[in-house]
Design a protein around this ligand. Structure first.
Ligand SMILES: Cc1cc2nc3c(=O)[nH]c(=O)nc-3n(C[C@H](O)[C@H](O)[C@H](O)COP(=O)(O)OP(=O)(O)OC[C@H]3O[C@@H](n4cnc5c(N)ncnc54)[C@H](O)[C@@H]3O)c2cc1C
Length: 479
């Protein structure tokens, strides 16, 4: 059942046991799992069915620190969430992303990759993915990895009919939770705002916050402030350890053989370091995206020349009335160190239409990250030489330690951390089952629970964690 307002939903007299906030990939996946287990569930979705400026305005905020996207541009507030414009790149976090690494402080999850692997067949169905292939080492230092370009499932489009027909799932559009109330043990209710006005409070046995990797922290910070610590009783880490995947063009490459790696439909192949290499160089995980621009015959020679002698290549290609780029570009996206100082705070001056303080995001890349970028490119270059596969030219701004450019990709629109998973309550917000420490009926879904970011896009792992949480809750709720 899908309702356009809280008023319409109330008239239907549906009695849910579980309330999920947010209908993005995390919320929709958990709702479908609970629905399939016969548990009545309501999904409160802040936005309408389609994009609206009015709804999107709730996402405005500010950033302090490094250059970042506007906060109302980097996510979408309507049914299906940011799956409405995600690019569809899919990969699960690496095994080593879950492990503690002595050279990167505050790493290590309370679960292992094997804890989410049983859900991968389900994730493949949900995200329309082909079979996953194992990574292939090309040296002791570098792995050739798979990053799948999927059809980018729009969750509202793919699952809208199913949700509408479901008798034990209700989706309530245009209805957001402005705050949760709690007594330090349980969430006792949610304050709702529907179609531009206060809609009173709502209660359910369980609440699952799936409002996205920025908004989860915002909602919980505000709820905690209003309830005097009654919603997140151990809030030392709330909003902290926020992470992205910084992404920049790192240089280019001349390849000896353009058939050495199988490229995908858009001529791309992906490479990451081995754990041994990361440990030896004391760096973090990274992903190098090699984009081939294969040219035939003499054009290929000129494109290769563009890597080493750009002026000469430009002159020669102008003679051919062509603009040839260096034959392979290298983009690097990397793991960001979990730092308590990278955090979501509530603005002291700016509120949204419902009176909730907007986000002030504090975000800065660290020295370890610059080292990861530089050493990562050097390592990839060394591997290409050793294996006689080609040569790498690292961009000058990286080799010279200059500032990050502000006209490049910047980051992945991947919002991770803020309510991270852990056992130490001073450094985490949820436990291994995504339950808020100290609370009996409050859970969190989405990448805000990530302890570390790894190097790959997050939604495949978000969906796997959501399947796992859905299954766990099915047992808890029926117990
Ligand atoms: C341009 C772009 C490209 C991307 N490309 C990729 C990619 O290729 N691969 C990848 O893995 N990831 C990608 N992502 C990230 C991906 O979109 C997110 O990881 C994913 O959507 C997160 O799912 P979620 O359910 O946690 O949150 P969201 O998708 O953000 O959904 C949250 C939902 O909660 C609702 N909501 C918000 N506040 C409230 C409230 N208070 N009460 C009730 N409801 C609320 C919102 O309206 C929204 O529907 C991309 C993102 C962007 C912006």
């Amino acid at each position: 059942m899908i309702f356009d307002s809280y008023e319409a939903y109330r008239a239907a007299n549906f009695s849910p046991k579980v309330c999920i906030l947010g209908s993005g990939p995390a919320g929709t996946t958990i709702a479908r799992k609970l629905g399939a287990a016969g548990i009545p569930v309501v999904v409160m979705e802040a936005g309408p069915r389609e994009f609206s400026d009015e709804s999107q305005d709730f996402y405005r905020g500010s950033t302090v620190g490094d250059f970042y996207f506007d906060l109302d541009i980097t996510r979408l507030r309507f049914m299906g969430g940011s799956s409405n414009h995600w690019a569809g790149w899919c990969r699960v976090l690496d095994k080593q992303d879950f492990e503690p690494r002595a050279w990167v402080p505050d790493t290590g999850w309370p679960i292992r990759r094997t804890d989410i692997e049983p859900y991968l067949p389900e994730v493949r169905d949900i995200l329309d993915l082909p079979a996953l292939r194992p990574d292939m080492p090309i040296s002791d230092d570098i792995r050739w990895v798979q990053l799948i370009k999927s059809p980018a499932v729009r969750f509202a489009e793919k699952f809208g009919d199913e949700l509408d027909k479901a008798t034990n799932i209700a989706v309530v559009l245009n209805t957001c939770a402005t705050e949760l109330a709690g007594d330090g043990k349980r969430v006792t209710g949610a304050r709702l705002w529907s179609n531009g006005q206060d809609a009173g409070s709502f209660s359910a046995d369980y609440f699952i916050v799936c409002t996205g990797g920025l908004e989860n922290s915002r909602l919980l910070l505000w709820s905690n402030q209003r309830s005097n610590g009654g919603v997140v009783p151990n809030a030392m880490a709330l909003g902290r350890y926020w992470m992205e995947h910084p992404t920049f063009e790192g240089g280019n490459a001349i390849l000896a053989n353009y058939n050495a790696f199988e490229v995908d439909a858009v001529n791309e192949a992906f490479f990451s370091p081995t754990l041994t290499a990361m440990e030896r160089l004391q760096i973090m995980n990274f992903g190098i995206r090699l984009i081939e621009t294969p040219y035939p015959g003499v054009k290929s020679l000129i494109a290769d020349l563009a890597c080493t002698a750009p002026d000469m290549a430009e002159w020669m290609s102008s003679k051919l009335s062509q603009r040839l780029r260096c034959a392979a570009q290298l983009y690097v996206a990397w793991e960001q160190a979990p730092l308590a100082s990278n955090q979501i705070e509530l603005s002291k001056t700016d509120v949204d239409h419902a009176g909730v303080p907007r986000i002030e995001l504090h975000w800065k890349k660290s020295e370890l990250e610059h080292r990861t970028l530089l050493e990562g490119l050097r390592l990839f270059g060394k591997t290409l030489i050793e294996k006689d596969l080609g040569r790498v030219r690292i961009a000058d701004w990286i080799s010279n330690g200059q500032d990050y450019p502000t006209d490049d990709e910047t980051a992945g629109h991947h919002h991770m951390g803020g309510t991270r998973m852990g056992t130490d309550i001073s450094k985490s917000v949820v436990d291994a089952n995504c339950k808020v420490h100290g609370m009996d009926n409050l859970y969190v879904g989405g990448s805000s629970v990530f302890c570390t970011s790894g190097q790959c896009n997050p939604t495949t792992t978000i969906t796997a964690l959501a399947c796992r949480l859905g299954e766990h809750l099915s047992k808890v709720v029926t117990a």
